[in-house]
Write a protein that binds this ligand. Structure first.
Ligand SMILES: *[C@@H]1O[C@H](CO)[C@@H](O)[C@H](O)[C@H]1NC(C)=O
Ligand SMILES: *[C@@H]1O[C@H](CO)[C@@H](O)[C@H](O)[C@H]1NC(C)=O
Ligand SMILES: *[C@@H]1O[C@H](CO)[C@@H](O)[C@H](O)[C@H]1NC(C)=O
Ligand SMILES: *[C@@H]1O[C@H](CO)[C@@H](O)[C@H](O)[C@H]1NC(C)=O
Ligand SMILES: *[C@@H]1O[C@H](CO)[C@@H](O)[C@H](O)[C@H]1NC(C)=O
Ligand SMILES: *[C@@H]1O[C@H](CO)[C@@H](O)[C@H](O)[C@H]1NC(C)=O
Ligand SMILES: *[C@@H]1O[C@H](CO)[C@@H](O)[C@H](O)[C@H]1NC(C)=O
Ligand SMILES: *[C@@H]1O[C@H](CO)[C@@H](O)[C@H](O)[C@H]1NC(C)=O
Ligand SMILES: *[C@@H]1O[C@H](CO)[C@@H](O)[C@H](O)[C@H]1NC(C)=O
Ligand SMILES: *[C@@H]1O[C@H](CO)[C@@H](O)[C@H](O)[C@H]1NC(C)=O
Ligand SMILES: *[C@@H]1O[C@H](CO)[C@@H](O)[C@H](O)[C@H]1NC(C)=O
Ligand SMILES: *[C@@H]1O[C@H](CO)[C@@H](O)[C@H](O)[C@H]1NC(C)=O
Length: 823
């Protein structure tokens, strides 16, 4: 039995090189919180990721698999590398979010997010060994600026099920108020008479769906109606809401809040009853849509859509009378069965179309769609596991294999785009530099929880129930983080594949813990012995979420026409040629070029992390610098005369100084290797998070405001830079406002109002206005004054938003003080 510890390769490299020179090293990028737990190394951890970039991230974070199906296995590893491209570092304090598209799209919301597939994204990312990715992302929705009414979603359900993987119930309980807030935001589209939610299908993420075709007579009467669809009661949306309500109920129960638990259980049950009453069609034997306008009789739509298969994955309709006829449609050539399906509309329908009619991406009247396939796979797994359905393991495997087959590009390499032809082996919606590696579905969650059968639970039982073909004699799932442990699950029918015991063997934290002669298991896990590190997760202060009118402001002595300095501090790390995400000095006149970041105020740090772009082995012109120097206000911080010798191309390289430095800028002067340019996918500066009590406005997310360098005037806290030009539409969102256990505080805001009239301002904590209501900012001339509001923080990171101003208001700091206990 071998045991493995992950090393931060870059740091180790640098250390061995500089050991005697630089005994102290600075803050590295965050590793998994449970990096101290040893797992196993039966599988080769390098070979499966050899063709991907950003290997340090993959080595530290992904569970490894070994299965007798290279089609599914190759796509599995690819999907981790594709997920990595969508991990977007938003801003210090907010941390990571996940994006749908590799490049920002105009209709995305804060930090390029879109709520439509956030549930899928959380389901997938919960299997990364680092919990902070999904913690940050969940909190972005429950407390932060995430817009969760743009599209329908099952984020609360996913947040609950994430806790069933990491076992972090405390984090979940701390999100309860925000979960209820997200729930309450949806009443605008609830029909209290019918007891169901309605929405146009396009806002259920599904353009050109059956309701639009029917209501517009195939587009003849109204093309907009064809695209958007009419308001519709849908099985997808309503099932999401049942799941969201149950997630709140379970979370409240875990918190011991019986009132909320009972209320949301009853809300969920009522909604579920309405789904059966109005959306189950006994004739079609399927959950169907009901169009709302001009349909007071709630006549059901004729035609089965793939959304009618979604309720099962949320536990709705698992009785045979519903699940058998529904699931059989997946395999019926007149239903959803097709060579590269399932289809989004049954093929027997008049409006079914296998060939998309226009360049527009999304026609959900036929195209095979990873978003829906992912739901269907989970529904099939749930139906199969009832134990009394007619579905077989081979049926499930067939759909999963087909899904893997579709996830390839024109050249046969694993690849995911937006929509796939159901009857032709090609993507039907894929736009260059836009929908590569589209993150709008799960795949690896289905491999882990479906195929390999690790079924997440809230209790301490480990349940393993694979859905594998009869003739599989082995599989492995290695080093998967689960409830504070690292698990390795080996199945080896005759013991010859891994040379361990026959049957199923489970290793807990590197030690054999369980063996069974067959492929299933159900047993109690030991309590986690290693508790996650209590060291706060470091934050990256180099990222600029808003582009180059904001800070930290990036520039370079030379930038290639097709590149941008801002691409190297936009919070994304990926190393493709296309989609592009880099700064390079390609075609520079110089042997060295300098990349610089200017901060809005002096910052203190002790290292810099360079995600080095290199396309040399791909036939390109960019490679590691020959050498480099890093300097700031007080001179040179590090000089690496032979950087090529230690450089990790297409990966993070952390360069440490022997002390903390404080500087208003950081410059990286890079010397080229002869005939090659240099490039950066990202530059990061990781520091311990601020715990206050004072937070600086200029460090935070600014909306419709600007940073002013205000050294001349009389400031209260003298940062030298303040946020100015605040109007009614302007706001500053402070994130990472930390409280150990939550509770009342006073929030002191330092401001100046240079107008002659008073101005109004409001403070919100985690989107909730403070009890102080609207605050009046008296004129102050040039001086800064403090205005206070009472607020209540939740445990962990809070989002405090200051909004408003008259155009002449300037904000400097937010200071959090313990509430005055007297009174
Ligand atoms: C969320 O997005 C929707 C759709 O664009 C918009 O109507 C709504 O105002 C947004 N909500 C917030 C809080 O930004
Ligand atoms: C239950 O949760 C609600 C909503 O967060 C809260 O208002 C209420 O005080 C809680 N009740 C108890 C007993 O904790
Ligand atoms: C076409 O449909 C859209 C979306 O339902 C609606 O807003 C619009 O009023 C319709 N136009 C006409 C001319 O009926
Ligand atoms: C149950 O929760 C809903 C949604 O938050 C709320 O509107 C309603 O007042 C609650 N009912 C009770 C009895 O607490
Ligand atoms: C609703 O049903 C009633 C009774 O069957 C019928 O008279 C009426 O025409 C129906 N309304 C519509 C809009 O179809
Ligand atoms: C299982 O059987 C199928 C069908 O005969 C075959 O294609 C596949 O290669 C077999 N798989 C293994 C692992 O033997
Ligand atoms: C698998 O083996 C366990 C004992 O290790 C037994 O309890 C269980 O019933 C077996 N399951 C099947 C499906 O044979
Ligand atoms: C595991 O933890 C639970 C709850 O903390 C405790 O009640 C139980 O005794 C522990 N079990 C063992 C074997 O230590
Ligand atoms: C190249 O390096 C020299 C020496 O450090 C420096 O003075 C010069 O500004 C650099 N040139 C560019 C274009 O960065
Ligand atoms: C740089 O390092 C490489 C590999 O260690 C070595 O071969 C080379 O001689 C070094 N070059 C210089 C200029 O020190
Ligand atoms: C930098 O400062 C931090 C916070 O004070 C401290 O924990 C760390 O050890 C310092 N690093 C170095 C390299 O001195
Ligand atoms: C706010 O900034 C804009 C853009 O810089 C400027 O045009 C405008 O005059 C400013 N308003 C005030 C009140 O300073």
């Amino acid at each position: 039995m071998a045991s493995s510890t992950y090393f931060r390769r870059a740091l180790t490299f640098l250390l061995s090189f500089y050991q005697f020179l630089r005994p102290i090293y600075g803050q590295a990028p965050p590793q998994p919180e449970n990096i101290g737990i040893d797992g196993t190394s039966f599988l080769d951890h390098q070979a499966p990721i050899n063709s991907f970039y950003g290997q340090t991230f993959l080595l530290e974070n992904i569970p490894y698999i070994d299965i007798p199906d290279t089609n599914i296995q190759d796509v599995y590893y690819y999907r981790w590398s594709s997920l990595a491209r969508h991990l977007h570092y938003a801003i210090a304090g907010t941390g990571y979010v996940l994006t749908e598209f590799v490049q920002p799209v105009q209709y995305s919301m804060a930090f390029d997010t879109i709520d439509a597939a956030a549930g899928h994204q959380i389901d997938e990312a919960r299997w990364l060994r680092s919990d902070y990715f999904t913690n940050d992302y969940v909190q972005f929705w429950t407390r932060g600026p995430g817009n969760s009414t743009q599209y329908t979603h099952w984020i609360l359900d996913a947040a609950y099920r994430k806790s069933q993987v990491d076992g972090n119930v405390e984090f979940l309980i701390n999100q309860l108020p925000g979960m209820i807030d997200m729930w309450n935001q949806w009443y605008f589209t609830f029909d209290f008479g019918v007891g169901l939610y309605y929405f146009p299908p396009t806002d259920d993420a599904q353009e050109f769906s059956l309701p639009g075709w029917v209501a517009s007579d195939g587009g003849l009467t109204n093309v907009t109606l064809l695209d958007m669809g009419p308001d519709t009661y849908r099985p997808s949306h309503n099932a999401y809401m049942v799941a969201n309500a149950r997630a709140i109920a379970q979370t409240a129960a875990a918190a011991g809040n019986v009132t909320v638990a009972a209320n949301f259980t009853s809300i969920a049950n009522n909604l579920e009853s309405a789904i059966f009453e109005y959306l189950w069609d006994p004739t079609q034997q399927f959950f169907v849509d009901v169009i709302r306008p001009n349909n007071s009789n709630l006549t059901q739509l004729q035609g089965r859509e793939e959304v009618g298969l979604f309720p099962f994955r949320f536990g709705i309709g698992l009785q045979n009378q519903y699940s058998d006829p529904s699931s059989q449609e997946v395999f019926d050539a007149q239903g959803f069965g097709s060579e590269f399906g399932p289809t989004t509309l049954e093929t027997r329908n008049y409006y079914y179309d296998a060939i998309k009619p226009a360049t527009y991406c999304c026609y959900w009247n036929g195209q095979s769609w990873p978003f829906s396939t992912a739901h269907v796979l989970k529904s099939l797994a749930a139906i199969y596991r009832t134990g009394n359905s007619s579905l077989t393991a081979d049926d499930y495997y067939h759909v999963l294999s087909t899904y893997a087959t579709t996830q390839h590009d024109y050249y046969g390499q694993p690849f995911v785009a937006e929509a796939h032809y159901p009857e032709v082996n090609a993507w039907s919606a894929y736009t260059t530099n836009h929908s590569e590696h589209y993150d709008h579905s799960t795949n690896n969650d289905d491999v882990i929880t479906g195929l390999l059968g690790l079924i997440p639970r809230s209790d301490s039982m480990l349940q393993i129930s694979p859905i594998i073909p009869q003739n599989w004699t082995y599989f492995a799932l290695e080093n998967v983080g689960y409830h504070g442990h690292l698990l390795t699950i080996l199945y080896d029918l005759d013991g010859t594949r891994y040379n361990q015991s026959k049957g199923l063997t489970v290793y807990v934290d590197g030690q054999v813990y369980y063996n069974s002669p067959n492929s299933t298991a159900f047993f109690a896990l030991p309590n986690a012995t290693i508790t996650p590190s209590t060291t706060p997760i470091p934050v990256n202060i180099a990222v600029n979420p808003k582009g180059n009118d904001y800070f930290p402001n990036a520039s370079a002595t030379t930038t290639y026409d097709l590149d941008s300095p801002f691409k190297a501090n936009d919070g994304f790390i990926f190393y493709d040629y296309i989609p592009d995400n880099r700064w390079t000095n390609n075609q520079s006149y110089f042997f060295n070029d300098t990349y610089e970041l200017f901060f809005a105020r002096p910052q203190t740090f002790s290292s810099i992390t360079l995600a080095i772009y290199s396309d040399r082995v791909r036939g390109g012109m960019v490679d590691c610098p020959a050498s480099l120097e890093i300097y700031g206000d007080s001179g040179i911080y590090a000089s690496l005369p032979n950087f090529t010798a230690i450089c990790l191309p297409n990966d993070r390289n952390t360069i440490s100084f022997n002390q903390n430095v404080t500087s208003t800028f950081i410059a990286v002067n890079m010397y080229i290797q002869r005939s090659f340019a240099v490039g950066l996918a990202e530059i990061e500066i990781w520091v311990p998070p601020s715990r206050g009590p004072t937070y600086y406005a200029v460090d935070n997310l600014l909306t419709n405001t600007i940073i002013e360098f205000d050294k001349s005037i009389q400031t209260a806290t003298v940062t030298g830079a303040v946020v100015g030009n605040n109007t009614e539409t302007g706001s500053i969102t402070f994130s990472g406002v930390y409280s150990e256990s939550g509770g009342p505080v006073t929030l002191d805001v330092s401001y100046s109002n240079r107008a002659t009239e008073a101005s109004m301002m409001q403070i919100l904590v985690n989107r909730v206005p403070t009890a102080s209501g609207n605050l009046t900012l008296a004129p102050t001339g040039n001086a800064y004054q403090t205005i206070s509001a009472d607020g209540e923080l939740l445990a962990g990171n809070n989002f405090v938003t200051i909004s408003g101003g008259n155009g002449y208001v300037y904000y400097d700091t937010l200071t959090v003080n313990a509430a005055n206990q007297a009174a």
